[in-house]
Design a protein around this ligand. Sequence first.
Ligand SMILES: NC(=O)c1ccc[n+]([C@@H]2O[C@H](COP(=O)([O-])OP(=O)(O)OC[C@H]3O[C@@H](n4cnc5c(N)ncnc54)[C@H](OP(=O)(O)O)[C@@H]3O)[C@@H](O)[C@H]2O)c1
Length: 410
Amino acid sequence: MKVFILGGYGAVGVPSAELLAKSDLVSEIAFAGRNMERAEKAAAEIGDKARAVQVDGADEEQLALLLTDYDIIVNAANNQVALTTLHAAVRSGAHYCDVGWGRDFIAQMQEFSAEARDAGVTAIICNGISPCITNLMGVHAARQLDETEQLQGGRPGVFDFESTQALTPQQWLESPQESLVVLQKFRGFLEWMLQVAQETEARTVRAYQDGRWLEEDTLKSGFHVPLPNGRIVTTYPYGSYDPIFDELPDDLAKERPVCVYLTPFPPQLQDLYAKQTKLTAAGEVEPANAMTSFYETIEANPDRWLTITDDSIAFPLEWVSAVGRKEGRAARYNCWLAPDMWNERVGWLLTSVSLTVTVLRILSGKMQERGVMTAEKTFDPLPYLDEVASLMPELPEDGKLIGESFEWLE
Ligand SMILES: NC(=O)c1ccc[n+]([C@@H]2O[C@H](COP(=O)([O-])OP(=O)(O)OC[C@H]3O[C@@H](n4cnc5c(N)ncnc54)[C@H](OP(=O)(O)O)[C@@H]3O)[C@@H](O)[C@H]2O)c1
């Protein structure tokens, strides 16, 4: 079967193509993008099954002509070309997959669901680490309780937008001086997050206390993070809201889900950053001044602020908790991505692997449903996550993509 990958030579596209090329189901892969030289170079690295195609994803006519010969188009390029690509796929009868995200994006794409269904096309949108993997974790978490009050997602993320590198716990090196150099690269992102905290009202999380559910402002009360070693740490987020990434399924719990953002810092440094977040959110300090104070404090004593502890290494990259009731008692279920998968590129790699799993499911004929749908409404979580784990170049220690824990709250 023939696969057309728009954005085939990009960061998400290349590992997807490499994995697809290994499958007996796939006879041809087109590496498509606007730059023929890059497409040819990537195709040459894959070998016999690959070919290069030059096309602009905004050009629906040209895409529709090219696709008549393909079974599926994978949009690994971006959200902006998703509508033209989906329209071209439906016109030529090719199936469709992408790595999009965002509520508006989903709504826009789903407006075209009836046409896709009528054309016999399966379009599975929003694959990747998030929303697909995190949302499937959310569905799985909600199913572990009899009644879910709220799904709570957590994500420690600090990015350098220029190099598109993420800060990971492993980057807290042996030497605090080296850690300081790493941390300095992320000053722009940390200041931006303070601006977000200043401009955005923090959302509350549901917590169970003294026999009842109440709303907690995590900037004030902290947030309880389940660690894979069985412990729970209370840590302070730099935001708990959803206007940026609004990814957990809405219809599985009574309250709207919430995503809590944490820094993958050693705990003492996390507390220092949380202090600046609270001051900026309260309007007492401007973000730029808060950052100056943050960095001056660390530079005065790097040993104190940048020394790593085991807990920070055990911090999961993504996790989802469901709070609610089971057998009449308040309870909380947690699941997280294995911490040994933390590295600066894992978000991209998991995205490519998730995309590949979805493409192979469509090509294998296992997916009979037609129309435009999201992964969390389509797939059974654990088999899907196991399939993702089986395609990872380095399997987590126990062979599972997620770890799990359960607590009674009363
Ligand atoms: N859902 C998730 O979990 C998740 C995770 C990571 C990334 N993503 C998304 O994945 C997408 C790709 O990310 P990436 O890191 O792989 O980016 P990237 O390395 O910049 O690759 C993007 C590719 O798309 C091509 N492209 C861009 N505009 C195009 C157009 N108009 N027509 C044809 N090709 C076009 C680019 O080639 P040319 O510019 O040469 O055409 C390039 O090959 C982004 O939208 C990102 O947000 C999603």
